[in-house]
Design a protein around this ligand. Structure first.
Ligand code: LLP
Length: 418
């Protein structure tokens, strides 16, 4: 389902032309499609309809309250990695009983907040964390529901920065150590073992790494059962990739069918933590061409969005398709451009070698920017973060105002006069 389509040579989000959005709300501007978000969630869940399951949206991929609220309304749970994300989910009306808490560095304060909220499960990533959680829960007179995040040591075949399931990553406990740490957990007064968790990486475009990881997790679940430790749920993390250019990630229903076939007759709830697959292609970053500059070797289109707005190209050399919002009739004038932002770094680019027919003042849409776009935006170069708009049919809603420059130093102070 693509909710960003060309109509009469103009790119639209649902029924609204993107140039209209730019003239009303300015640029740079993130634009999301409510129907694309809704369909992605519904399609993901549909594959598991026959099974006991919970889809926990990975908040880090896009923590907008409006998006969390939409998913909560659709019945989603949430995968969080900080006390801040917990607070956001609760503020957005998310159900605490559907929250899983991942991350290698949970503080005691974050554990207390999650125990107070009554979350579904802590995904514990080390023996030390387990000890701390037991102590925190015991001081509060509570029992902490726990999965251990095991590291199945499979190669997710993705970018090394976003691959997490290999032995040398900081994530999870080594597969070989899992049984003994589960036995320690079983002996702890304020820990209740609920599940097994794994997450092997992000932007995975093949099924096989998921299947290999699931095989290893199932072996562990069976071994735990033999040792008298009963597992109620298996959390398979997130990681399904999206199409940025020509990738062919697994279809949701093929992924679901393969997972359910492997699960067989075991009476276990399945939990998933998709982020990118639900929001990535439901958002674009709208930007305006400020200047065109020709040098001896390159043509530059300098746009008003930058690496602080969308960090993925600079950080991972990630590819995002870039489209003109209005197609020019003189396509013969197309040149190959470097699409770059105003930030003072050579790494500040949004796309290399893009053949486009452009003029100053034109609008561009950086596609597939719904995941890890605004969520990784910063104020580098004292640039206010962009406004965010959600389109619903023919209506536009501001879901986050553009920051004002004064906001950016409101928390600062200069030293008192001597
Ligand atoms: N669960 C856990 C424990 C995770 O660490 C992540 C992502 C997810 C779920 C969601 O993964 P997804 O379904 O979105 O692939 N900033 C990078 C991606 C970092 C992913 C970190 N963890 C990027 O822009 O590509």
């Amino acid at each position: 389902m693509n909710s960003f389509t060309q109509k009469n040579d103009t790119l639209h989000a649902e029924n609204v032309a993107l140039n209209q959005i730019a003239s009303e709300f300015g640029t740079p501007c993130y634009v999301y499609s409510k129907s694309a978000l809704t369909h992605a969630f519904e399609r993901f869940s549909a594959g598991f309809a026959a099974a006991n399951h919970l889809v926990c949206f990975a908040v880090k991929s896009n923590p907008s309250l409006a998006i969390l609220n939409l998913f909560a309304t659709l019945g989603a749970g949430f995968d969080i990695v900080s006390g801040g994300e917990l607070a956001r989910v609760l503020a957005a009306g998310g159900d605490p009983k559907k929250i899983v808490f991942s991350g290698v560095g949970k503080s005691a304060v974050e554990m207390q907040a999650a125990l107070n909220a009554g979350i579904f499960c802590f995904n514990v990533e080390s023996a030390s964390e387990l000890n701390r959680l037991n102590k925190v829960a015991s001081d509060m007179g509570k029992i902490a529901p726990v999965s251990l995040r095991v590291n199945p040591n499979v190669d997710a075949k993705t970018h090394p920065y976003i691959s997490t399931g290999l032995k040398n990553n900081k994530f999870g406990v080594a597969y070989e150590d899992a049984l003994s740490i589960y036995q320690q957990a079983a002996a702890m007064s304020n820990i209740a073992i609920h599940g097994v968790d794994c997450h092997i990486g992000s932007q995975i475009t093949e099924l096989s790494p998921f299947l290999d990881a699931f095989d290893r997790v199932l072996l562990l679940v069976d071994a735990l059962e033999e040792h008298g430790i009963h597992i109620q749920h298996i959390d398979l993390g997130g990681g399904i990739g999206i199409c940025y250019s020509d990738e062919t990630p697994p279809e949701f229903n093929a992924y679901a069918a393969a997972m359910l076939a492997k699960l067989g007759k075991r009476n276990v709830k399945l939990v998933f933590e998709p982020g990118r697959a639900l929001v990535g292609n439901a958002g674009v970053l709208l930007t305006k061409v400020e200047y065109i500059k020709h040098t001896e070797s390159k043509n530059f289109a300098i746009v008003d969005a930058a690496m602080n707005d969308l960090m993925r190209p600079a950080l991972y050399d990630a590819y995002h398709d870039i489209k003109t919002v209005q197609t020019r009739s003189d396509q013969s004038s197309a040149l190959t451009y470097e699409i770059v932002g105003p930030v003072c770094e050579s790494g500040d680019f949004l796309g290399h070698d893009r053949k486009l027919a452009l003029a100053e003042g034109d609008l561009l849409a950086i596609m597939s920017a719904g995941a890890y776009g605004m969520s990784m935006a910063s104020n580098y170069n004292t640039r206010p973060r962009a406004v965010e708009i959600m389109v619903d049919g023919s209506q536009c809603h501001v879901i986050r105002k553009r920051e004002r420059i004064a906001d950016l130093f409101a928390l600062e102070a200069v030293l008192p006069k001597p």
